[in-house]
Write a protein that binds this ligand. Structure first.
Ligand SMILES: [Zn+2]
Length: 284
């Protein structure tokens, strides 16, 4: 699972505005080499509707596929609900810009397309790219298709709405929202491990996660710990959730948000104890 997570996540290139006091290291590095590849994709797809078997729009998602989308209509409708979920759960106001989805029936077609348009990008099972205001998600129909789409579209919707997203939080939220809506609170494969650690009084250090500077530093434990902090803030004390939504609100409003670890510590001086209690008692 660790390798899969690292493989499939690369995401957007982005430069933090200087007004923000979040450490630059907490954000995605600018990957200049990608921009040329993305520009090639832009030229080859802009205004293009031909060449795709099916094109449909679901909420903010503009989907293009080399197969009929009829068969995955329920999946895409549920996927479009993600934007509403992000607004309801996180208070993130939806962006006006659409998200472009490029879906492939076969892995080899997906692989060939990516290697042609993004020759410098390491292969991964699904991909999110953003450049020039366009958020694009690429995926093929695998066993993890729905999870991949929810994961990458979470990234896409967050980056469409927010000027910046700290890496650990970006991944923690994507890990949380990649689970089907009915199972999000208790269906994550991370839950048992985090609960086990909580029994031994182990609380992952949020300050360490905040220092991660690129996805290469995000292994399985970092994904798990990022998910755990998101779960704690969304399902734990009300004050923790308020800090999360306030933090994201500050980012969306272009106000310096500071560090979420410090905000939580100020709001919840016994944050670590509450983190442990949350997972030890989580039974749903
Ligand atoms: Zn990701």
């Amino acid at each position: 699972m660790r390798d899969e997570k690292r493989r499939r996540q690369f995401d957007s290139s982005w430069t933090p505005p200087s007004a923000f006091c979040l450490p630059p290291s907490a954000f995605f590095l600018v990957l200049a080499i990608w921009l040329g590849a993305v520009a090639v994709w832009n030229r080859s797809t802009r205004g293009e509707s031909g060449g795709w078997h099916d094109t449909r729009t679901f909420g903010p998602l503009v989907c293009r596929a080399d197969f009929s989308l009829e068969s995955i209509d329920p999946v895409l409708r549920q996927l479009a609900q993600l934007q509403i979920d992000l607004n309801d759960r996180l208070g993130v106001r939806p962006a006006a810009e659409p998200i472009e989805l490029y879906l492939f029936r076969q892995e080899w077609t997906y692989r060939n397309t990516l290697s042609r348009h993004f020759p410098n990008v390491p292969y991964r099972r699904a991909l999110y790219v953003k450049t020039g205001g366009r958020g694009m998600v690429f995926a093929y129909w695998s066993r993890e298709f729905e999870i991949d789409l929810r994961h990458e579209c979470t990234h896409a919707l967050l980056h469409a709405a927010l000027p910046v997203v700290p890496l650990w939080l970006d991944e923690g939220l994507a890990e949380y929202f990649e689970i089907a809506p009915d199972e999000r609170a208790s269906g994550s494969p991370y839950l048992s491990g985090v609960r086990w650690m909580a029994r031994f009084g182990i609380t992952p250090r949020l300050e360490k996660l905040e220092k991660k500077i690129d996805v290469g530093q995000m292994g399985g434990s970092e994904y798990r710990d990022s998910w755990a902090w998101v779960h704690f803030m969304l399902h734990g004390p009300q004050a923790a959730r308020e800090e999360l939504t306030g933090y994201l609100g500050d980012i969306q409003n272009h106000c310096p948000p500071g560090l979420l670890s410090q905000r939580l510590q100020q709001r919840l001086p016994d944050c670590d104890r509450q983190f442990g209690s949350h997972f030890k008692s989580w039974t749903r």
